[in-house]
Design a protein around this ligand. Structure first.
Ligand code: ATP
Ligand code: MG
Length: 239
């Protein structure tokens, strides 16, 4: 299978701390991959490297065989990488509709569809249709979080990268988020999720990558991973 996102020998240090080491990640097109690991395992650092927030000390990152290691975030976005982080925050004084219209005007690299189609897709995916004229500041926390993902979808990405999309959500909202991500993945979108919540991971993932001390410790199906004694020892035991 063709990989859409991959890394080779990725390394990142902060002073004497090795946050990422020997990471060879390979995400096939169309997969929904969860990246998990105990506190300090290097999940957020790997996410930041993929987004272009941090530059690696060595190694490479590829998007569809193109080396994007040295590209800034906005160029990665143009090539089809859908990034959710601080700069994608919704504008609180704008309505849901206005927030979704902003990213649609941006140059994009991803899937082919008209801006109207992308707008409708982004709006309906998380059921935001009912709140399209509501200012973002009046949305409950989970809807604001969904709006921020929808803003990324409005850009028409080929790969969606999420860091703990269920942070602060109730179990029911977490489940709903999982269902929506599954649906998006069934529609062909490749999704990479860094996540802590094991219930969520069980709900969405096909394959899981476990990080430990900056390196890939194990990889497999959710069933493999949760049955893996060493993974239970380093991760599930602490959860
Ligand atoms: N900006 C930074 N400066 C210095 N050290 C950092 C920085 N970011 C991360 N680290 C260190 O790198 C290691 C990996 O941290 P990272 O935040 O990537 O882990 P994580 O898996 O996301 O952890 P958590 O589950 O707590 O979010 C840790 O030892 C952390 O202290
Ligand atoms: Mg983290």
């Amino acid at each position: 299978m063709t990989s859409i996102v991959s890394t080779s020998a990725l390394e990142k240090r902060f002073g004497g701390i090795v946050a990422t080491q020997h990471v060879d990640l390979d995400i096939p097109e169309g997969e929904l991959r969860c990246i998990i690991g105990p506190n300090g395992a290097g999940k957020s650092t790997l996410f930041a490297l993929l987004c272009g927030i941090h530059a690696p000390d060595s190694g490479h990152i590829f998007l569809k065989d193109r080396d994007i290691t040295a590209l800034p975030s906005f160029r990665r976005v143009r090539l089809g990488l859908g990034l959710t982080f601080q700069t994608n925050r919704a504008f609180h004084d704008l309505t849901v509709r206005q927030n979704l219209e902003a990213p649609i005007r941006l140059p994009r690299g991803g899937r082919s569809s008209t801006s109207e189609e992308r707008y409708q897709y982004a709006l309906s995916t998380f059921g935001l249709d009912t709140t399209s004229d509501v200012p973002a500041r009046e949305l409950p926390h989970h809807r604001l979080q969904w709006l921020e993902i929808a803003m990324v979808l409005a850009g028409g990405p080929e790969v969606l990268l999420l860091d703990e999309p269920t942070a602060g959500l109730s179990p029911e909202e977490t489940l709903q988020t999982a269902r929506v991500l599954r649906h998006l993945n069934d529609d062909g979108l490749t999704i990479i999720v860094v996540e802590h919540d094991i219930a969520f991971v069980r709900e969405v993932a096909e394959r899981v990558t476990v990080l430990h001390q900056g390196a890939i410790f194990a990889e497999g199906t959710v069933a493999d991973i949760t049955a893996h004694d060493d993974v239970r020892r380093i991760y599930l035991g602490q959860a």
